[in-house]
Design a protein around this ligand. Sequence first.
Ligand SMILES: C[S@@+](CC[C@H](N)C(=O)[O-])C[C@H]1O[C@@H](n2cnc3c(N)ncnc32)[C@H](O)[C@@H]1O
Length: 253
Amino acid sequence: MTNDNYKLGEFLLGPGTPEMPFSGVYEGDCRSLLEKIPVETIDLIMTDPPWDNESLPLYEDVALAATRILKPSGFLFMYTGNDNYAWILDICKNSVGLCYFRTFAGIQENSDDMYYKKALFVKWRPILVMTRNPDVRPPYWTPDALKTNRDKRFHQWGQGVEPLERWIRCLTRPGDVVLDPFCGGGATAVSAKTVGRRWLTFEIDHDTAEIARRRIRETQPPLFVMDELVSSEVVPGTMPELPIVFTPEDNYD
Ligand SMILES: C[S@@+](CC[C@H](N)C(=O)[O-])C[C@H]1O[C@@H](n2cnc3c(N)ncnc32)[C@H](O)[C@@H]1O
């Protein structure tokens, strides 16, 4: 297992603890690595697991881990496929006992994917967002749909980082910890590092992990992070867009 700490990132974002030395790309099967994460240490699990049928049980493994490692205020944010979405939601909610927060949409405007069996042009992917508690709200106003694009430079199934950065900025605070159990080309880790969040990620394939490490190493953390809620306070992370403050009257729906 490789501990891939970066000194500048450590300086800006804190070293973590001996049990959980943020940040790093850890090699191995996420099912065993997830067990090593201490209880209630993760603010956001953001991931895009493999979607083939044999990999479907992995969604349940991650959801189960979320019940232990997510902080009570945390979010599980999982890309799914349109066809397996209903099954995954049922498992997460009814078997594992997580709370349904919302289905987000990754809109693939320029996608030329075609689903021949059902004569559909595939233009979006559902993202299942779950929490441990029913009354959790994101720290900042969050868009439930964003344009997404594939970025195949680092991985066959690579995600573009722009929407991930935006969602991470909304669903976490500066210095929070973002975990991706399925690293691939490292899009989640790169996004978290870019916006001043601590991160860790797991990858089963050595060559894939190496590509992600190189990419993450070349990603600059921000010089300053301003907490969107306390606009005058400068803390590790990145510059916000508009400061937005929740009031009890705010209503989502
Ligand atoms: C869909 S890709 C993730 C793509 C990534 N989001 C990106 O933007 O590059 C899934 C990744 O999970 C890895 N993987 C599959 N099973 C795994 C397991 N049990 N533990 C850890 N990684 C696994 C695969 O090797 C693959 O790189």
